[in-house]
Design a protein around this ligand. Structure first.
Ligand code: GDP
Length: 459
């Protein structure tokens, strides 16, 4: 899929940071170098790479020491923030609907970018949301473009307005183009708006012509259509596989038609993904949608933050990091670490830690947010949330003295505890055994690892 090699390369860059306790300038520069190479190999434009890595370096050098995040996590968070920013200031940009319908959406881009396909998807998506869209075939350049849009419209169940005799259909509604002038896309576009007003279509999606390369005739035509219908949105459709040409093309269309938003198409292919980063960055225009296949439903609303986390393969790392920052009680953690080091960490402390973690959300969603976890989906699916409920119940059935020193729990007490918490004796035994092992391990590791986290449980 798109970005997969970029993802691998970036996580490699971070991997080298993991064992470090504190980051030196040299550490940061090493990581930045790897990030730069990863981005360039993903076809991100050089100018974009430069400013992107420049900002990351500056912020990484200026980071304060945090107790909630280790240095590697902080760098990841900075990269994540910057990536989200590059992809659209971090905020979703919804489609801009006109106050007075119809909302006019014009599609622009090179030939083969995916405009016609997108028209169908967008129509289908809008219809599904309760709108009444109309597709307009204003691409009169390419021989089959009109027919192709009609096929797409039919599949989507959305009517198509096209400049051909008896052209219409479907979605149940007959749409004809009376008095059309074949070959004049501006007139087709203008007439379609009149028709939409008359027949109460609330959105009009105008498919325009593209050429294989940017040229002035094409651009002038797009401008003429734009000036004739005054679209609420001009969406620039760009093939994510276009690579280094992305910047030049995007700039040309930005100057040519001053588009309002970007749609990335063919994100399903093994595009290296650089186009996405470059286009948003160079034009400063938001990405609204992503097209991810040839089917009608292969279409997504674009979320900069989710795309950034997908690129970094980290589930929703930001959410996790921010929740951790909010919830993580540093004082508590220090005390717990202290106890671990002194071998005084009891089951009551364990229970407290469990609850700290649980404040963050369900274990399953928490595990899903951990970088690299995407590869372990199956294990994640099998993770049984009730296991933690059971663990909690067992600990709660113990006396305070027993929690502090589980060694005093004898056979009859184990049976009582099992009865009290609704589990079997062997489940109680298993928990105690795991805790004992974990306690030993913590004692051994505590000097090195500090607040090592939660002793093992589960499975
Ligand atoms: P247009 O010239 O801009 O109208 O581009 P088209 O809509 O005709 O698309 C060009 C080709 O790309 C067609 O073969 C489409 O089926 C294909 N295509 C469009 N969008 C996608 C997409 O998101 N993924 C994939 N895999 N193919 C796409």
């Amino acid at each position: 899929a798109a970005f997969s090699s970029l993802t691998d390369r970036l996580s490699n860059a971070f991997k080298h940071l993991k064992s470090k306790g504190k980051l030196s300038e040299a550490d940061i520069d090493g990581t930045i170098r790897e990030i730069r190479r990863a981005l360039l190999d993903a076809d991100v434009a050089l100018e974009v790479v430069r400013s992107f890595t420049g900002r990351i370096r500056e912020r990484a050098l200026g980071t304060e020491v945090s107790e909630a995040l280790n240095p590697a996590q902080q760098v990841v968070k900075i990269v994540y923030d910057e990536l989200t920013g590059v992809l659209g200031q971090g905020v979703d940009r919804p489609l801009n609907f006109a106050k007075n319908p119809p909302t006019i959406i014009m599609l622009a881009g090179l030939q083969g970018a995916g405009k016609t396909t997108l028209a169908g998807k967008l129509g289908y998506w809008l219809k599904d949301a309760g709108h009444t869209p109309l597709l307009v075939a204003a691409d009169l350049q390419r021989p089959n473009a009109v027919t192709q849009l009609q096929v797409v419209g039919e599949r989507a169940g959305v009517p198509v307005y096209a400049p051909e005799k008896g052209v219409q259909s479907d979605g149940g509604d007959e749409v004809s183009a009376p008095g059309l002038t074949t070959g004049d896309p501006v007139k087709v576009a203008r007439d379609s708006i009149a028709l939409a007003k008359q027949k109460l279509y609330d959105t009009v999606i105008i498919d325009t012509a593209g050429r294989l390369g940017v040229d002035e005739v094409l651009m002038q035509q797009a401008r003429d259509i734009r000036d004739a219908v005054q679209p609420d949105e001009i969406l620039f459709v760009i093939d994510a596989m276009i690579g280094q040409d992305a910047v030049r093309t995007a700039k040309a269309f930005d100057e040519g038609v001053d588009f309002t938003g970007v749609v990335l198409s063919k994100l399903d292919g093994d595009a290296r993904g650089g186009a996405a980063l470059s286009v948003a960055s160079v034009t400063g225009k938001p990405i609204l949608f992503a097209s991810t296949g040839e089917g009608l439903k292969d279409f997504e609303v674009f979320h900069p933050d989710r795309m950034a986390s997908r690129i970094l393969d980290m589930g929703d790392i930001l959410t996790l990091i921010e929740q951790a920052q909010k919830q993580f009680d540093e004082e508590e953690a220090r005390k717990a670490a202290q106890k671990m080091a002194e071998g005084e960490f009891g089951l009551d402390d364990f229970l407290e830690q469990l609850q700290q973690v649980r404040k963050l959300g369900s274990m399953k969603s928490l595990l899903g947010m951990i970088p690299g976890m995407a590869q372990h989906r199956q294990a994640l699916e099998q993770f049984d949330e009730r296991e933690i409920d059971r663990t909690e119940a067992i600990i709660r059935s113990m006396t305070p003295a027993e929690r502090r020193n589980p060694k005093i729990i004898d056979g009859s007490r184990r049976a009582r505890i099992a009865y009290g918490s609704g589990v079997t004796v062997s489940q109680v035994n298993a928990l105690l055994q795991r805790f004992e092992q974990a306690a030993k391990m913590m004692k051994r590791m505590s000097n090195k690892a500090g607040m090592g986290g939660i002793p093992g449980f589960g499975g």
